[in-house]
Ligand binder design. Sequence first.
Ligand code: WTA
Length: 654
Amino acid sequence: MSEQTLSNLSREERRFEPPADLAADANVKEEAYARADSDREAFWADAADRLDWGQKWDQVLDWSNPPFAKWFVGGTINAAVNCVDRHVDAGNGDKVAIHWVGEPDDDTRDITYAQLKDEVSKAANALTDLGVKKGDRVAIYMPMIPEVVVAMLACARLGAPHTVVFGGFSADALASRITDCDAKVVITSDGGYRRGAASALKPAVDEAVEKTAGPDGQSQVRHVLVVRRTGQDVDWDDDRDVWWHEAVDNASADHEAEMHDSEHPLFVMYTSGSTGKPKGILHTTGGYLTGTSFTHWEVFDLKDDDVYWCTADVGWITGHSYMVYGPLANGATQVMYEGTPEKGRWWQIVQDYQVSIFYTAPTAIRTFMKQGREIPDGYDMSSLRLLGSVGEPINPEAYVWYREVIGGDRCPVVDTWWQTETGQIMISPLPGVTAGKPGSAMKGLPGVGADVVDDDGQSVPDGSGGYLVLTQPWPAMLRTLWGDDQRFKDTYWSRYPKQGFYFAGDGAKKDEDGDLWMLGRVDDVMNVSGHRLSTTEIESALVSHPKVAEAAVVGAADETTGQAVCAFVILRESAGDGGPDIVEELRKHVQKEIGAIAKPRQIMVVPELPKTRSGKIMRRLLKDVAEHREVGDVTTLADSTVMDLIKDKEGSGA
Ligand code: WTA
């Protein structure tokens, strides 16, 4: 890590103290760090005690066979009962669980905990009638409608692990996931709404099921349960397909839930690895529910009257942990929105539903920055009291804009670092304790061991960079990769076998105060002339220029320096074409912000950046352009025409 880079970061001197009233009444206070340090297992046992258990555990953690952890050994629990029934039993059946907002403007539904309990029970009975038994896998491929939550909880209730596949994935991707986890039933809908139009889902399921057929022409998928959402025409197989409104609506609302072993599989979530084949991340019941519900209460300081909104799609881990299991286990009232971010609509929803806690991704924040503050300024968002960020490093400029423009300069921003694999938030400020630093995720939460180490696994001193590791097991940790224990060991646990650390695959550094700055995936960290540079840091520098809205940086192979910095930038609307010297101006700006070493070799001004449907920039494709290669697989892009626009720019020498 170059000296200049580090000194650039330590120049970030803005601090935001927690609001006094929030600090005084915070769910989790400073003492929690020391309490967790003195007895980590007792700390997590207290967190597990917030849930309802059938039988209490005999042992908090069994780590006798690392890296295969068992949490709350001997305990039995049902995730659906914890997310629904227990709130009804406690007299909160009339509390709204979900304010659902459909994409068409007038389409809304409020669902109470009592209604949710009935729906989940009916769906569990309907799935049983379709032959689903404890241990069977069920694939879910649905838009953001309440039935997706009902479907997940019904599976959890039965102990049938679900695998939710993001509705934007192709039939191929769905088929490979169905095959990998051997799903017996698929739950889907005729379609969903995307940007004002009905978009079909069922044809992709039909195609995927066909692809999974064996040599005898039979697929392992016995039934497809279909919600009618858009009313569009669908092909129908009478033996296989079943309408939700027939099977579920006519089922009994009485369902006796079985308590499952704490380590019973809850779900498999596929995520991309460094190789082509997606990894099936396995989460189990007791530890996962403990980790997600506790951190949701802790990090968002959840109170009984809060209205919480996480904008993630249910097809990603954030949707699982912080839209379904965490908030519902806590009995929260939340907003669920079917659409994607559009100008003004989000803020209208915040205003209409008096949202108090809002959780989104930096890429959305930067998009709104690009559109200008006039749009959010047109809404009353005084109900907000806390803001969260997740998914990628949030650059200081975006953090400050989020805090000021969306949060009215009064809401703390919690930058939460975690992964599909960790299941729960691991590194984050505590909103009632931490003086926030724009751009830093600060430090491991109480009970979490997080450190930055060098190649030998030695903890690096403050002011230095290295690899992010997790030094202690935690309740919501992945248990293995579905059907591939060896890959699980190789991917996460083989880097530091002596210390037994979990290798996160992220670069990070400690600033002079020992606070953590995430530097992006290790494969996004460049090595230029022997200096380690972060793509994120250079992007952050570029975005701090008044003409720049968004930036993506890649390290392209370079004969002399090893790698060279290549940047792709989108200008703000107000900057027009940036002027004739825009490229030189931006190179100089990066030089000024970080140092000559970070000055991009090449800057391309582009109209769009290639993003996945979850909003992650696909740097791999930009790297192909920067290295003058044929652009690789674009199937996971939200909009596959973006690469043509970028290549045109390259061709024209802009
Ligand atoms: C990145 C999403 C910086 C990181 C919950 C991680 C972050 C990967 C942050 C996991 C953050 C997530 N700051 N980087 N606050 N949150 N990341 O599995 O590189 O989709 O390894 O889980 O996202 O992405 P995943």
